[in-house]
Ligand binder design. Structure first.
Ligand SMILES: Cc1cc2nc3c(=O)[nH]c(=O)nc-3n(C[C@H](O)[C@H](O)[C@H](O)COP(=O)(O)O)c2cc1C
Length: 259
């Protein structure tokens, strides 16, 4: 069973690729969070957790979810991530969690995908993103083969020390993970995609149809990147930046881009 969390679709794409190549099912942790579904998972096949890197670690909300969740059936657990540049030291606490849960840690690996961190820099164009995803397909295939064969997987990048990664992550989550600076421009057409796409129900349309942001933002940037009118911005700094949403895996299959 592949359990994935994804703000802008990269991790969903990787999860769906691997699910199809190993003949397993995919479960969306976005839905589990959004609809507050039970954290009980049963699978005879190994569990594969997949989530993006946020400031060198898995998002804290996903770490908490994995800690709380009950996994029955298989006692094997793999961890995957997607990231714009590097995996940090995301595997260090995950190995400990597997141990706490009496599960066999089967390794962790990151798949480099297009960057969605719009607060930091401009995002790739559609062509640049497509090239990066194409370049990641062989690694998705390799990971699928290892998981199917029941083999351990290994990170290919060196990452940073866990201390440095965690320190950066704590500072990031305390000072930068907030929707308080989000502004909605007159381009908003009240389509509700921001509300729909928010995995933690932090965005609600007012009766007049204007998005309102609460205080539970987890910084996934789904609302900003999925807005078809580019109407949500962080102050002025993102006004001229590209938006990024990963293409659907099913569309790539139809286009014959997947082996
Ligand atoms: C809040 C936030 C922090 C991020 N931090 C990092 C990082 O430290 N290193 C990195 O390589 N990519 C970082 N990224 C980029 C994402 O990890 C990357 O684009 C990921 O594939 C997005 O996955 P998704 O589309 O499934 O949400 C960050 C993105 C966000 C939104």
């Amino acid at each position: 069973m592949i359990l994935y969390f994804s703000g802008t679709g990269n991790t969903k794409f990787v999860a769906e690729y691997i699910a199809e190549h190993i003949g397993d099912e995919c479960v969306s942790l976005n839905d589990i969070l959004k609809y507050k579904l039970p954290l009980r998972f049963n699978s005879v096949k190994p569990f594969v957790i997949a989530a993006p890197i946020y400031a060198s670690c898995y998002p804290t909300i996903i770490m908490k979810l994995i800690r709380k969740a009950e996994f029955t059936g298989s006692d094997k657990i793999y961890f995957l991530t997607t990231m714009g540049a590097g995996t940090g030291a995301f595997e260090v606490p995950l190995e400990k969690i597997a141990d706490e849960k009496d599960m066999a840690y089967m390794g962790a690996c990151g798949v480099p995908m297009p960057n969605n961190y719009i607060a930091g820099s401009d995002l790739p164009s559609a062509d640049e993103a497509e090239s990066k995803i194409k370049a990641a397909l062989p690694l998705m295939k390799e990971l699928s083969e290892h998981i199917l064969a029941g083999e351990m997987i290994e990170k290919y990048d060196r990452g940073t020390s866990y201390f440095v990664a965690k320190l950066g992550n704590v500072i990031f989550e305390k000072f930068f993970m907030s929707s308080s600076g989000y502004r909605v421009s007159a381009n908003c057409v009240s389509c509700g995609k921001c509300e729909e796409g928010c995995p933690v129900n932090n965005v609600k349309l007012s009766p007049a149809g204007v998005p309102h942001f609460d205080h539970y933002c987890i910084g996934c940037y789904a609302c900003i990147n999925r807005c078809p009118m580019n109407a949500i911005n962080i102050g002025k700094k993102t006004e001229n930046r590209n938006r990024y949403v990963c293409p659907e895996y099913s569309d790539w299959k139809k286009r014959g881009l997947i082996d």
